[in-house]
Design a protein around this ligand. Structure first.
Ligand code: ZN
Length: 168
């Protein structure tokens, strides 16, 4: 197991589409283990293979319930809307406001190439959309409404929101 270098915004590999996985080779198993370790080391909720320089359709997601490995994932259904802050390990120290579906249903293959479906709401739905976009060479910065902000600015915004809610 090893940490992999996370590519940052501006690296051309992040704007390239990824190829489907046809067989989970030993090499790809090591990649998946490394992706989970790299995501955890950076306290991320997700990581896509191109972020560590590999153009294959693999993402890992962990919204706090343990890692989910999704190979060749596809969104089957989406509904609703959520608008909120979103970050990315490839855009360190920045957040942006992004509108995503509030619910998604997706299919994917696990490391044994067994097919599964997953339904997610809120953070999980956001994470699935964000990570799948990476596989097509897209970054959340393309969707962000207004300028990006720092963690400190995010905290101020959340506190301001909390204050206005408690006064309402
Ligand atoms: Zn990302």
């Amino acid at each position: 197991m090893a940490l992999r270098e996370v590519r940052e915004l501006g690296d051309p590999i992040l704007s390239k589409p990824c190829r489907e996985v046809t067989e989970v080779t030993d090499r790809l198993k090591v990649l998946i283990t490394d992706m989970i370790e790299t995501m955890n080391a950076h306290e991320g909720v997700g990581l896509a293979a191109p972020q560590v320089g590999v153009l294959r359709r693999i993402v890992v997601i962990d919204v706090g319930d343990g890692p989910i490995v999704m190979i060749n994932p596809r969104i089957l259904e989406k509904s609703g809307e959520q608008t909120g802050p979103e970050g990315c390990l490839s855009v360190p120290g920045k957040y942006g406001t992004v509108t995503r579906p509030n619910y998604v249903k997706a299919s994917y293959f696990d490391e044994n190439m067994d097919e599964y479906e997953i339904e997610g709401e809120e953070l999980l739905a956001r994470a699935i959309c964000h990570e799948l976009d990476h596989l097509d060479g897209h970054m959340y910065t393309e969707l962000a409404e207004g300028p990006l902000y720092t963690p400190e600015e995010l905290q101020e915004m959340e506190e301001a929101k909390k204050d206005s809610t408690s006064e309402a």
